[in-house]
Design a protein around this ligand. Structure first.
Ligand code: PMP
Length: 432
């Protein structure tokens, strides 16, 4: 029994609204035991990108489970892992990259950082250890990644960087306010150069950036040219660029080449996760540009430890099934922007409403910024209309800012998109 003063048996972060009882989920829908069903407009925590219980995933998972799920890559060479490495590199349009698998998005970001430091060491420069990130970023829930996450609301103790030097210097929200200026030339990228120089170039291993900001700012995008400019100024300083595409990768943003929407943008290291495991297994892939992989190999340095659950055959089977489904949808096609119908639905549902102060994002990922004090009521109203929305908070410099994320599965049907638009509009109208 829980109650005031009694600890919960199962400790879990609670939202202000009571949790919905879960019975089962299929496609775009989550079903409650009372027979009610909800359109999952946030794809779980933006990881069920091909819908719940996709048959391709279920059968790959079952097949692999029946023949064994674990084969340590240090001891065995297993086809599912080898296959997934090649498929992931191709899916990310970086076919010549080396791939390292690990478990969660957090572990993937930590792996990317370890690899960046290793690349410097392999080149004889062991002084570069610092990583700069943005003031709005979120990169995971470990001590290191929380220290690197500038978004204060995501930390259990707002000023606690766990004794690690906080390093969120380039100001992401500022950058986006400026990018709305008509004459924006992505000059704000130069603030990253200033941050690197202030930290001491010889100490900085990498800049870690979300090419499209995810759940903390709700879909902020850098101005065109920003990522390429960032990469040029980092390259001049010998600093690597890591793209955290844990959330945005593999078709979520509907952009050709994932979130690499900048012509000429080409990060040294890319981290993919969430959607790759389909909500069934923790799985992340860290992609390393070939020149860096060669430097590590030449240097003869041992790779960072990958951890126990790092693309076991079971995880790999799920990853391959996911990539197969995404490929079949055309979601990995670099020439065709996707999710335009979802964008049209979000725009139609939000236009002309006083409660909506901004709509941002692209593809299958949108942040709807709402007037302060509205968010919880909006999420409750959406539930009343059989729609699940995910909150985002605290994107302004003073810690305020409220919104909801719309990020349905990439498999959403036209009829479900219409349902989403209507339910969202009805819910928003209540507060406008
Ligand atoms: N980076 C980004 C951009 C994320 O959105 C998240 C998760 N929301 C993470 C890292 C951490 O991933 P995980 O929760 O799987 O550890």
């Amino acid at each position: 029994m829980t109650g005031p003063g009694r600890p919960q048996r199962l400790l879990a972060a609670r939202q202000r609204l009571a949790p919905i009882a879960f019975d089962r989920a299929e496609g775009s829908w989550v079903h409650a035991p009372d027979g009610r069903r909800y359109l999952d407009a946030s794809s779980g925590l933006v990881c069920v990108n091909i819908g719940h219980a996709h048959p391709a995933v279920v059968s790959a998972l079952t097949r692999q489970a029946q023949v064994g799920s674990f084969a340590s890559p240090g001891t065995f060479r297993a086809d599912p892992q080898e296959r997934l490495a090649a498929e992931t590199a191709r899916a990310a349009h970086r076919p010549d990259d080396a791939v390292v698998f690990t478990s969660t998005g957090t572990a993937g970001v930590e792996m990317a950082i370890a690899l960046a430091r290793l690349v410097h060491r392999a080149r004889g420069d062991s002084g570069r250890h610092r990583v700069l990130t943005s003031s709005l970023g979120y990169h995971g829930n470990s001590a290191l990644t929380l220290a690197l996450s500038g978004h204060r609301r995501r930390r259990p103790h707002p000023d606690d960087a766990f004794g690690l030097a906080p390093a969120f210097d380039p100001p992401y929200p500022e950058l986006h306010r400026r990018c709305r200026l008509a004459a924006c030339d992505a000059g704000c990228a130069d603030e990253v150069a200033e941050a690197i120089d202030a930290a001491g170039v010889e100490q900085v291993a990498a800049v870690l950036v979300e090419p499209v900001n995810g759940t903390t700012g709700g879909g902020f995008r850098p101005p065109p040219g920003y990522l390429a400019r960032l990469e040029r100024l980092c390259a001049r300083r010998g600093v690597l660029v890591i793209h955290d595409e844990v959330l945005t990768g593999l078709g979520r943003t509907g952009l050709p080449l994932g979130a690499h929407h900048d012509a000429g943008s080409d990060a040294d290291i890319v981290v993919l996760s969430k959607g790759l495991g389909a909500g069934y297994v923790p799985l992340s892939a860290v992609l390393l540009a070939p020149g860096h992989a060669e430097a590590i190999a030449r240097g003869g340095l041992p790779l960072p430890l990958m951890g126990t659950m790092s693309a076991t055959p079971l995880q790999a089977a799920v990853g391959s099934a996911v990539l197969g489904v995404l490929g079949g949808l055309g979601a990995l096609d670099p020439d065709v922007p996707r999710g335009l119908d979802v964008e049209a639905a979000v725009r139609a549902a939000t236009t002309g409403l006083a409660a909506v102060t901004d709509v941002r994002g692209c593809g299958y990922f949108f942040g709807i910024e709402v007037t302060d004090g509205t968010q919880s009521d909006l999420i409750a109203a959406a539930r009343d209309n059989d729609l699940l929305l995910y909150p985002f908070n605290g994107f302004r410099d003073d810690g305020s800012g409220e919104g909801v994320i719309v990020a349905p599965p990439l498999t959403i049907t036209p009829a479900e998109t219409d349902f989403l638009a209507a339910a969202l509009r009805t819910s928003l109208e209540k507060w406008s």
